[in-house]
Design a protein around this ligand. Structure first.
Ligand code: NA7
Length: 540
């Protein structure tokens, strides 16, 4: 049997959350180790290296808020790509010596709790054993990729690549390429591949109500000026807005607005680009069907202006919205809608003619048409939000795996911990605000809360903490209730509700109440001595 290593805290994942945890646990004078499945830092940006992969949050908000880090780092674009984010993580490592406490190529397969000694025993795929008082799951929302089961896929003579497992060497130039999926990833990879390949066939099930990214270069001088005058204010603002961006939803009731006011608002938000049109508009976008339709009509008009062909217009920006605007995550695009007017691009609407099978030479749809291709790209997404956690065999006080426990729905307290799994926390995962918000904003909020909790426990002789069933029930009901009001349920396949994975329980997987409300709940529990948790004192 291999010898085990002991740490105060074991962290799973070396993206933004894992690195933030490590740095701040060190500050408490405790020991920590990150176990990372990949061979380098950057989390989602380690895995997602397909052409065009870039973040949908603008600078400067998508980075650590620590001034010691941002003062010496400059991004070149408003929305940086994966290469630049990877370089940023290398810079953070140089500054803070992260890698010395990371075990790379260490995929965690199990974590079992021992109630008699208040310890986790964690095993990695290569058979190494680690023990720790605390387990911090920083696995992100998109770590388990989704490979759809399509008849005949094993018979295909060409290559098949999921976007999050992009081939280092494959040259797409001159190839016939098929892409399944038009989510955030599909949009990015499609607009990048189209000019490079001989032919691109896109298989679209649901049109993406994508918004203009308004990407631009950022000079070092511009950023220095922002650093001098704005960074502190912008990072402070993160916790005051619904989505952790500097802009916010507008609570003014639609009934008190005029049509002219709304038209001007739409135009202004559109010009600003990014998520402004989604998360900077009137809050009623998510509850008021009439207003939502008005927003969709504006979006459709703007998009149709960019598509000359009426048939393509109807496929990409249909008269009838496929779902209420914004209840499925909109993506940010650059020239995406122009791509389909290219001679070398074909758009196949598989909501009408579904995928029948993959043949040795391509893909056949239900109308009998076969589309030939050399390579098939699966931009088919992930077992979002829960997949990173449920793919580890995690067993708590009652020995039941979290996968089994959550088979009839996720339950948590404060989107950070679950009853019967003591001293286990997660960041940016189930029932937290996660991707309704800017990643690092939510991540730092939760990570700091966990650090303060561990500090409190160490200072007060508390050896374990676990949510009570009652508090968990109440919190989970709150998330379910917030997710059941309004228009959220209007999208057939949204991953927000787990609807993209067959057999997954339909429920709102993220906290849809915004950062200030979420932070208030977390802080109130802490202020009341971690109300809603059972605390075990050392020696008790
Ligand atoms: P998404 O947003 O889940 O998109 C997956 C896409 O793949 C979407 O267009 C799906 O169509 C399509 N899809 C999935 N399975 C199938 C099958 N079996 N047949 C046809 N089409 C399919 O994943 P992304 O990687 O784009 O983005 C995930 C998140 O990562 C993103 O929101 C950001 O937060 C970062 P559908 O729309 O369900 O009809």
């Amino acid at each position: 049997m291999s010898k085990s290593e002991f740490y105060d805290v074991l962290i799973v994942g070396a993206g933004f959350a894992g690195v933030h945890q490590l740095v701040n646990i060190r500050k408490l004078g405790l020991t920590a180790k990150i176990l990372e499945a990949g061979s380098d830092l950057a989390g989602t940006w380690f895995w997602n290296k397909y052409p065009g992969a870039r973040v949908d949050s603008p600078m400067p908000i998508y980075q650590f808020s620590d001034p010691d880090l941002w003062k010496d780092w400059t991004f070149s674009e408003y929305y940086p790509d994966w290469k630049e984010i990877q370089a940023y993580f290398q810079y953070v490592d140089k500054k803070l010596g992260i890698k010395q406490d990371v075990s790379f190529n260490s995929r965690v397969v199990s974590a079992h709790w021992d109630d008699s000694v208040d310890r986790w025993t964690v095993t990695s795929e290569d058979g190494r054993i680690f023990r720790a008082q605390f387990l911090s799951l920083c696995t992100g929302i998109a770590s388990k990729h989704h490979m759809p089961e399509i008849k005949g896929i094993d018979k295909f003579k060409g290559e098949v690549h999921h976007t999050s497992r992009w081939p280092e060497k494959y040259d797409f130039a001159g190839k016939k390429v098929g892409v399944i999926g038009t989510g955030a990833t599909g949009v990015q990879v499609i607009q990048e591949l189209a000019p490079v390949v001989a032919h691109l066939t896109v298989f679209q099930r649901t049109p993406n109500l994508a918004l203009p990214m308004k990407q631009r270069k950022m000079s070092a001088e511009e950023q220095q000026k922002l650093k001098d005058e704005w960074y502190t204010i912008l990072f402070g603002r993160r916790y005051q807005t619904f989505s952790g961006f500097p802009h916010d939803l507008v609570p003014k009731p639609i009934a008190e607005t005029t049509v002219e006011e709304r038209a001007l608002m739409f135009e202004d938000l559109w010009e600003k680009g990014g998520f402004h049109f989604w998360l900077g508009t009137y809050t009623e976008l998510f509850t008021n069907q009439k207003f939502n339709k008005e927003a969709y009509a504006f979006w459709r008009k703007k998009v149709r202006e960019r598509i000359p062909d009426p048939e393509l217009q109807e496929k990409l920006a249909p008269m009838e919205s496929p779902h209420p605007f914004g209840v499925k995550r909109p993506s940010l695009e650059q020239k995406y809608f122009e791509v389909y007017s290219r001679q070398n691009v074909t758009l196949v609407d598989i909501s009408k003619n579904s995928i029948e099978e993959i043949t040795p030479n391509g893909l056949k749809t239900s109308d009998g048409v076969e589309y030939e291709m050399d390579v098939l790209v699966l931009a088919t997404g992930f077992d979002m939000v829960t997949g990173g956690i449920t793919s580890i065999d995690i067993r708590g006080q009652d020995g039941i795996s979290i996968k089994d426990k959550w088979s009839d729905g996720v339950r948590s307290y404060l989107g950070v911990a679950s009853a019967t799994y003591p001293n286990m926390f997660w960041i940016y995962g189930p029932q937290s605000p996660s991707s309704f918000t800017n990643g690092p904003s939510s991540i730092e909020l939760t990570s700091d809360w966990i650090i303060n909790c561990v500090k409190h426990m160490k200072e007060n002789g508390i050896s374990s903490i676990v949510p009570t069933e009652e508090a968990q029930y109440a919190y989970s009901e709150l998330v379910n209730q917030l997710g059941s009001v309004g228009l959220w349920n209007g999208a057939k396949t949204s991953w927000y509700l787990g609807k993209n994975i067959q057999g997954k329980k339909t429920q709102m997987l993220q906290f849809p109440g915004g950062i200030p409300t979420y932070a208030k709940l977390c802080n109130e529990s802490a202020a009341k001595g971690y109300e809603g948790f059972d605390l075990k004192r050392t020696g008790a």
